[in-house]
Design a protein around this ligand. Structure first.
Ligand code: PEP
Ligand code: MG
Length: 577
């Protein structure tokens, strides 16, 4: 039966493919497709892991024979579960039929069994789902010691697979980056959540906030994802399928036309040159930056490379990543943002004690860096070392107090002097900037302008904090409004203050990559935009069709208005000019 679901349109375009259901547990193991000739080897790998866990349990049982009876009973139960065809045979079928790696196959089967157990009324039997989990976890650990399937699955592309999940963390999406899924749809998540930002960066359609897609959609069902309208069509009929195939090829044609602008200058009709820079998450994003025609990196979100790994990266590991980016950019400017960890981006994803009630207002970003001076020094030294190889700027996120800026500047000085002592070269005149993401920073921007070389406005957080809207929470996403009068007042205040102080300012939040706001931002005074490479061609086209002299009086009128509906109306007129 065909049906339609509606959610938040977070990344435009159309994807047509097969549903690929995943859940929290399945996310914790790699999802790899085994090549047909390696399937039997993967089955053998699974059998070997199972046998070794069985042996381990048997040995444990012998040594506990003289111990408490309940331990023996517990081991017996686990041995029984391991021998049950549901865990010993069905995963092999899954490996053969779906060509999954062994870890993924057994975890999928575990999910199914746990779901069955949880439907049982009897409390004792229901609780056996914990035993199933424990046994499977043990097998998965064992599989880790039996080689990894990844080397045998290189070249796998999930091009027609559409990931359907309850939720995806930014590190899940980073892990999927290599697998080229066609699209993401999730039950939760807001339009400027980092998951949404990553989907836009990968230029794949995505719809979030669908509430119960994970329950309504079945594995392998055909899906159409319309990321522009936020619509999912499940099991479409032939006519609808053909209609969307046509729309999809029209979008692809438009995109390839836009690519022709790659070498064109981003200049307005009245000849004002605009800088278009790229936001990146890892060194592998560099080819996309060149492909897009961006003139440098305006935001390198360094924390993404290390998400979920469980420890802080060393100075050398970081230097290696920054070196790759700086060298890869061949002399074009690279703005490296110091770690913006905390909130939804963590190195320790499963540590309960890392979670707080209000993570967005807590110990995140520069606050975390300043209380971990050793780690902060390692990052600053790594960035400074890379500064010798090209044109590097340091960007520090989420500062709100003058003393924080001073403390940060002192830390940079300390890193510089330690490098000098060790006779390690770096750029002595490296520029240091701050993001404007907290309303206090926007209002009291003078304290930033007096101390720093440049500013970058992070509108995603600025909107979140000004309107008190959690950017990751789909339940309040209808209130997330980039053109709320208060936001426009803050933006205008920052642009005009920076201009008076002769300090360059860019916007690196999602607003900069949305063509609906290009003219508004130009009229407010923005001359430097930073966005995901995939968004650069569309913004360049919009800039080339705009006349700042014509736009500015209309934007001034918009600024005098404090009714959102009227502002929206005026922006539509501005865009239709
Ligand atoms: C922002 O807040 O607008 C920004 C660019 O930073 P992030 O999205 O990484 O929080
Ligand atoms: Mg931010």
């Amino acid at each position: 039966m065909s049906f339609t679901l509606h959610g938040l349109p977070v990344s435009g375009g159309i994807a047509i493919g097969q549903a690929h259901l995943i859940s929290q547990a399945t996310l914790e193991v790699s999802h790899l497709l085994v090549s047909p000739r390696m399937v039997e080897k993967e089955v053998a790998r699974f059998e070997a892991a199972l046998a070794s866990v069985r042996n381990e349990f048997a040995t444990m049982k012998q040594s506990k024979e003289s111990g408490p009876a309940d331990i023996g009973a517990f081991i017996d139960l686990h041995l029984l579960l391991l021998s049950d065809p549901e865990l010993s045979e069905v995963p092999k079928q899954i490996i053969r039929e779906r060509r999954c790696n062994a870890e993924w196959a057994i975890v999928q089967q575990m999910e199914r069994l746990v779901e069955e157990f949880e439907k049982i009324d009897d409390v004792y039997l229901r609780e056996r789902s914990y035993d199933v989990r424990q046994v499977v976890e043990r097998v998965v650990r064992e599989l880790a010691g039996h080689g990894h399937a990844s080397s045998r699955t290189r070249g796998f592309k999930g091009e027609n697979l559409i990931v359907v999940a309850h939720d995806l963390s930014p590190s899940d999406v980073m892990a999927f980056k290599d697998q080229h899924f066609a699209s993401f749809v999730t039950d939760v998540g807001g339009a400027t959540s980092h998951t949404a930002i990553l989907a836009r960066g990968m230029a794949i359609p995505a719809v979030l906030g669908l509430h119960n897609a994970r329950q309504l959609i079945r594995d392998k069902e055909t899906l159409i994802v319309d990321g522009t309208r936020g619509v999912i069509i499940v099991n479409p009929d032939q006519r609808v399928l053909e209609e969307y195939e046509l729309k999809k090829s029209q979008i692809e044609l438009e995109r390839s036309k836009l690519k022709l602008l790659k070498t064109a200058r981003a200049t307005t009709l009245d000849r004002v040159k605009i800088d278009l820079l790229a936001n990146i998450e890892e060194p592998d994003d560099i080819p996309a930056v060149f492909e897009s025609g961006a003139e440098g990196v305006g935001l390198f979100r360094t924390e993404f490379i290390f998400l979920g790994r469980g420890d802080m990266p060393s100075e050398d590991e970081q230097y290696e990543a920054y070196r790759k980016v700086v060298k890869g950019m061949e002399g074009q400017p690279v703005t490296i943002r110091t770690f913006d960890l905390g909130n939804d981006k963590n190195l320790f994803e499963d540590r309960e004690d890392e979670r707080r009630d209000n993570p967005a207002l807590g110990l995140r970003s520069i606050r975390l860096s300043l209380i971990e001076p050793k780690s902060f020094q390692a990052q600053l030294r790594a960035i400074l070392r890379a500064s010798k190889l090209g044109k590097v700027r340091i960007l520090v996120p989420m500062m709100s107090h003058g003393h924080q800026i001073d403390q940060m500047l002192a830390a940079v000085e300390q890193a510089k002097s330690s490098l000098r002592c060790e006779r390690i070269a770096f750029d002595e005149n490296i520029e240091i900037g701050g993001t404007i993401e907290v309303p206090a920073a926007a209002l009291a921007v003078g304290m930033f302008l007096r101390r720093l070389n440049f500013l970058s406005i992070g509108t995603n957080d600025l909107i979140q904090y000004t309107l008190a809207i959690d950017r990751s929470d789909e339940q309040v996403s209808n209130l997330y409004d980039p053109v709320h009068p208060a936001i426009l007042m803050l933006l205008s205040h920052v642009f005009s203050s920076a201009e008076k102080a002769n300090i360059p300012v860019s916007v690196c939040g999602e607003m900069a990559g949305d063509p609906n706001y290009t003219r508004l931002l130009l009229g407010l005074g923005l001359r430097q935009f930073s966005m995901h490479p995939a968004q650069v061609p569309a913004i360049k086209q919009r800039i080339k069709q705009s006349d700042i002299a014509e736009i500015t009086p209309i934007v001034r009128k918009i600024l005098r208005c404090d009714e959102s509906a009227k502002i929206q109306e005026q922006i539509e007129r501005l865009n239709a000019m």
